[in-house]
Ligand binder design. Structure first.
Ligand code: GLN
Length: 413
């Protein structure tokens, strides 16, 4: 089944495995530190106001829509109309579900192109909206020896001929995730232009999942919506959880032309009606303050330090990684660890049935006490083998957490 009513999602499963052995949890991408004071205060202040406790308009609280219009007018280089070109959602997840629901039709087998590894929520969201995911894998450039040395996230490339070959008369949408989870790839303007040209040639919608737009390291994030003629066919999705390190707030948004946001908003209204009011106000206030207090630059520096520390930890124990140019994940090539799994190692059934990569990650968590996520969960069956050797670790974690991981991993030397 594309989504199972009984099967555990990978996040819950791996959190449970991690907790069962008291592992340092570098799995799920949530922050293990509190948000900055001004962000927490913004939420507290919003709850004090008596006017922030009832339904928000489905599109979102006017103050937040306005702040989003300000931010995206600057980032997309055009005047964004807060009343027509923005909608607020219950997290980026629900924004994505709403876009898929708006533009895919049950019974029509409408196809959506996903680039693998593809965040695990896309596939069930597309299926629930009646669509059919079609997968095109990013592939590591020829000549990279990823099992023995670091490669760049930029070495993971989309083969344009493969993309073109995946498109059929039923294709409706291309999902583009940049900066990319879990590779950390920040698509270049040239790559985006090629993808955009395909979308234009086949008259496809682009759903740009840019929830990590504020986290790039030495490379500029480019929104595909800023490329010529792309605004009209692009819905850009973002997330307060990612932007401010508050993944539990569940406030996200969609930005695009009125013709695309209107149906997205209609779907949103029927899925959750509106998203929570006080935290929308909290995000509006945080955005207002962050525009002037230097928060985004400080945050980026903090993530860069964490990224470099985690890369150094794996370099020290001789496991190569994919150097991320954005987001907060590190793909580590653990083929050397896989070779050390005893043939008679006891794996529980719920791991064995998910394949070789889950076994590797389970073994790693149990033996070394540091947890990660099996990236094959981000792949269709046909392409899982591309990720069997990898473990994804998140570096949105405290310094103490990273150092505790470093200490435990010494046993791997
Ligand atoms: N986006 C986060 C990650 O990839 C959390 C995903 C989730 O829990 N659904 O780790």
């Amino acid at each position: 089944p594309i989504y199972s009513a009984t099967g555990l999602d990978v996040w819950t499963m791996m959190n449970q495995v991690a907790a069962s052995v008291g592992a340092v949890n570098l799995g799920q991408g949530f922050m293990s530190y509190p948000p900055k004071d001004f962000i927490r205060q913004a939420a507290q202040d919003a709850l004090v106001e008596n006017t922030h406790n009832q339904y928000a308009p489905p599109r979102g609280r006017p103050g937040l829509l306005e702040q989003l219009a300000v931010r995206f007018s600057e980032r997309l280089g055009r005047d964004i109309d807060s009343g027509n070109e923005v909608s607020v959602h219950a997290g980026a997840n629900e924004a994505l579900l709403s876009v898929f629901t708006a533009f895919l039709e049950h019974g029509q087998d409408h196809e959506v192109i996903l680039m693998e590894p593809a965040f695990d929520q896309y596939t069930p969201n597309i299926a629930m909206a009646g669509g059919v995911p079609v997968y095109v894998p990013l592939r590591i450039r020829d000549g990279c020896d990823a099992a023995t040395r670091n490669v760049s996230s930029d070495d993971w490339r989309l083969n344009m001929a493969e993309l073109e070959a995946a498109i059929t008369p039923k294709t409706r949408i291309i999902v583009l995730n940049t900066p990319h989870n879990p590779v950390g790839k920040v698509f270049t303007r040239d790559e985006l232009a090629l993808i955009g040209a395909v979308a234009e040639r086949h008259n496809l919608l682009i759903v740009a999942d840019e929830v990590y737009e504020h986290l790039t390291f030495g490379r500029d994030h480019v929104s595909i919506a800023t490329l010529p003629r792309m605004w009209e066919r692009t819905v850009t999705v973002g997330s307060a959880g990612k932007l401010f390190g508050v993944t539990g707030w569940r406030v996200g948004w969609a930005v695009g032309p009125a013709a695309l946001i209107r149906p997205t908003l209609a779907a949103h209204t029927r899925i959750v009606f509106t998203s929570n009011t006080p935290l929308q106000e909290g995000v509006a206030s945080a955005l207002r303050q962050a525009a002037h207090n230097g928060f985004f630059a400080i945050q980026r520096e903090e993530y860069l330090r964490r990224r470099d520390r985690l890369m150094a930890i794996f370099a020290d124990i001789g496991l190569p990684c994919v150097v991320p140019d954005g987001a907060y994940y590190l793909l580590v090539n653990a083929s050397a660890v896989r070779a050390r799994i005893p043939t008679d190692y006891a794996f529980p059934d719920f791991i064995t049935e998910r394949g070789a990569n889950f076994k590797l990650v389970y073994f790693f968590i149990k033996e070394f006490g540091v947890s990660g996520i099996p990236p094959t969960e981000f792949y269709s069956d046909a392409h899982k083998d591309l990720a069997n050797d990898y473990i994804r670790f998140a570096f949105c974690k405290t310094e103490e957490g990273l150092e505790a991981a470093a200490e435990r991993l010494q046993t791997l030397k």
